[in-house]
Design a protein. Structure first.
Length: 179
């Protein structure tokens, strides 16, 4: 997969940015840090057509709160052995469908998550939060809305596209660099 390695200015996080894709800096999440020094960074990643497709937030304060996610279906996953979170749980790339409780219907989401994905039914993952020993939490997600699949069948077909291949490659290339 052609592209270049994108590294946040603090040098902590890196991932493959496919050719023509852009990572544009945006305001980091405005959350209380309670005096903890974090290197906050945030990027919206757009594909070669200029369509925003993913968001990365690093240095996010976190407390470990999680809600169970019922009625989800995992289409694809891969272990990322190069990412070592604070917990003993492994980090996975996941592409899944889950209920959209605000708008109704289904959401289709690619992301990194802590813990092995449960393929159907109830999932208790940390909603895309990965807790690290330094710099607290990072969140790397892609919620596919208007431009994404509208059904399970479309999601499975989309997995055969170049755009999905590039998105997946970006996620599975993710690394946390020594500080």
């Amino acid at each position: 997969m052609a592209g270049s390695v994108f590294t946040t200015p603090d040098g902590i996080y890196s991932f493959l940015l496919p050719t023509g894709w852009v990572a544009a800096a945006v305001e980091p999440l405005d959350l209380p840090t309670y005096g903890v020094e974090l290197s906050a960074s945030a990027y919206v990643i757009s594909d070669a057509s200029g369509q925003p497709i993913a968001r990365f937030d690093g240095g996010v304060p976190g407390d470990g709160a999680a809600l169970p996610s019922p009625d989800h279906l995992v289409f694809d996953s891969e272990l990322l052995p190069q990412v070592k979170p604070e917990s003993d749980l492994p980090v996975y790339f996941v592409f899944e469908s889950l209920p959209d409780y605000e708008e109704g219907g289904r959401l289709y989401q690619a992301r990194l998550q802590t813990g092995e994905p449960a393929f159907e039914g109830m999932s208790s993952q940390m909603a895309g939060k990965v807790f690290m020993e330094h710099n607290s939490v990072f969140i790397f997600t892609s919620t596919l809305d208007e431009a994404g699949p509208a059904s399970e069948e479309e999601a499975r077909q989309w997995m055969d596209t170049e755009q999905y291949s590039q998105l997946r490659a970006m996620f599975v290339s993710f690394t946390v660099n020594p500080v």
